[in-house]
Write a protein that binds this ligand. Structure first.
Ligand SMILES: Cc1cc2nc3c(=O)[nH]c(=O)nc-3n(C[C@H](O)[C@H](O)[C@H](O)COP(=O)(O)OP(=O)(O)OC[C@H]3O[C@@H](n4cnc5c(N)ncnc54)[C@H](O)[C@@H]3O)c2cc1C
Ligand code: SF4
Length: 462
């Protein structure tokens, strides 16, 4: 702890976003960076608490107090070495982690101004690439092979860990490039894709093999598979690995099967987001295939982060208006007594995309899609309220006011994902990330990939 009193004298300072009028015209990252002096000063605010709750709250167990101290002292390489011991990809989490650690930071709990751990993490990772602390390692091979299906953060973390332990690792993905939702879900304005390419290049140079465009039927790996033909295809594709890791994410988005769902102009959020990211990577779509908000009134159904990503994308595509509706009530601002620490605070979140302009409405149920000549023109909605359930459990939804129509010619459904179901697999097949735990966070996917890598290593004990 370099400066024991910094937390009393140095206020939290965030790098902030590029100005709205500038950023909505492009898909570049919206977050800015602090200069070196300010960054180190922010790190000095970490009090190196006797029991660091931040370290406990981070699913990776990142040692924030230790790397904050090294950062404060200007020992960037040491800071990176500490960080990389627990986090394979700090350049991803440093950009898009909701920073579970910061909501457990003692400074947050006492003053509301956490140490800027996430931004500090990103700064350390970027400096490491810039100054060459990210070196190429050549692990000694142990003669065993592992196949990984899915190149999202969980599969990548498992691959990275197993490769460094000496396994010969091949990662298969149905997409044309690695990253999973990092590449084909999260918009470029939150995570620029060359950041992923840079890491994949390191992993390739260290010996990980990537095979793209392979959609594998993972059910065929089941212990009692009835998919004999697919099982044969799987064998042909994977070869004879000693273990297999399934890290295929949550493929099924929750749909809204109400009258009018067949109308044109209604899309699952990922249809828009993945296509936009592909367009930015150079893909071309016909006019019929292309989903765009240009000149349209956009309605986003679902008040979470995926919905927020749709809002930012719609702004950049040139929407004339954007509305977001959510069936649950508006969370409190700032503090929620119903979710005291150590719970994640259920408080109102205003993202950079919300700041760019958007009407947000809560307690709204969706009744039917309205259309003209096969094209959606609006959504009939019902304002509602939630009453406590006398029998306990989920509150009861009651009508509150008259149904109304929200005009829209592009509707985006951002209502989460179904929990994946898997058959029992043989003992050398492991499941990681969202495929194992349901839709979650990048930091949890990385943590899961790392722990599955440990389980594979213990199983194969070379
Ligand atoms: C729009 C959106 C925004 C998000 N924003 C954030 C955020 O800001 N911060 C955050 O922490 N989390 C965010 N998340 C959640 C986060 O992206 C996921 O929790 C995380 O990516 C899960 O990682 P994963 O590796 O388990 O799965 P995924 O990232 O889904 O990767 C799975 C991979 O498996 C491949 N695959 C699937 N099936 C097959 C098959 N049969 N054969 C071959 N390959 C297959 C897919 O192509 C994909 O590459 C967001 C999610 C979405 C949808
Ligand atoms: S990965 Fe997320 S929770 Fe962990 S230290 Fe970084 S910002 Fe905090």
């Amino acid at each position: 702890m370099g400066n024991p009193k910094a937390f009393l004298t140095v206020p939290r300072k965030e790098a902030g976003y590029r100005p709205v009028h500038d950023r909505i015209h492009d898909f570049g990252e919206v977050e800015q960076t602090l200069n070196t002096r300010d960054r180190q000063e922010q790190a000095s605010r970490c009090m190196d608490c006797g029991v660091p709750f931040c370290h406990w709250a981070c699913p990776l167990g990142n040692k924030d107090p230790e790397w904050n101290d090294a950062l404060y002292r200007g020992e960037w390489e040491t800071a990176y070495k500490i960080l990389k011991k627990t986090n394979d990809f700090p350049e991803f989490t440093g950009r898009i982690c909701p920073a579970l650690c910061e909501k457990s930071c003692v400074l947050y709990l006492t003053t509301g101004e956490a140490v800027t751990n996430r931004e500090n993490e990103c700064a350390i990772a970027e400096r490491a690439f810039l100054e060459g602390y990210v070196t190429i390692e050549h692990p000694v091979r142990n003669g065993k092979k592992v196949a990984i299906i899915g190149a999202g953060p969980a599969g990548l973390a498992a691959a990275n860990q197993l490769n460094h332990k000496g396994y010969e690792v091949t990662v298969f993905d149905r997409n044309e490039a690695a990253g999973g939702l990092l590449r084909y879900g999260i918009p470029n304005f939150k995570l620029n894709k060359p950041i992923i390419d840079r890491r994949i290049s390191v992993m390739e140079q260290e010996g990980v093999t990537f095979v793209y465009g392979k959609h594998l039927h993972v059910e065929a790996l089941a212990a009692d598979t009835t998919h004999a033909a697919e099982a044969e295809q799987m064998k042909a594709a994977l070869g004879t690995p000693d273990a297999i890791v399934i890290a295929t994410g949550t493929p099924t988005a929750r749909d809204l099967n109400i009258p009018g769902r067949e109308l044109k102009g209604i899309h699952l959020a990922l249809e828009l987001l993945s296509q936009q990211n592909r367009v930015l990577a150079g893909a071309e779509y016909s006019k019929e295939e292309r989903i765009t908000a240009k000149g349209k009134k956009v309605l986003v159904i679902g008040g979470g982060d995926t919905g927020s990503d749709c809002i930012g994308t719609a702004h950049r595509q040139g929407a004339t208006s954007v509305t977001q509706i959510e069936i649950m009530p508006q969370p409190p601002v700032g503090h929620n007594p119903a979710t005291p620490w150590p719970h994640w605070p259920a408080i109102l979140k205003t993202t950079s995309s919300h700041q760019e302009g958007c009407e947000r409405r809560w307690n709204i149920n969706t009744l039917e899609f309205l259309g003209k000549e096969g094209q959606v023109t609006g959504v009939r909605v019902q304002p509602i309220d939630w009453k406590p359930n006398p029998a306990g459990g989920r509150p009861i939804m009651v009508e509150a006011g008259e149904p109304e129509t929200v005009e829209a010619d592009l509707v985006l459904l951002a209502m989460g994902f179904l929990h994946p179901q898997h058959p029992p697999f043989p003992c050398n097949v492991f499941v990681a990330g969202d495929a194992a735990n349901g839709a979650s966070l990048v930091v949890r996917a990385i943590a899961s990939g790392r722990s599955v890598a440990e389980a594979v290593d213990a199983f194969l004990h070379p």
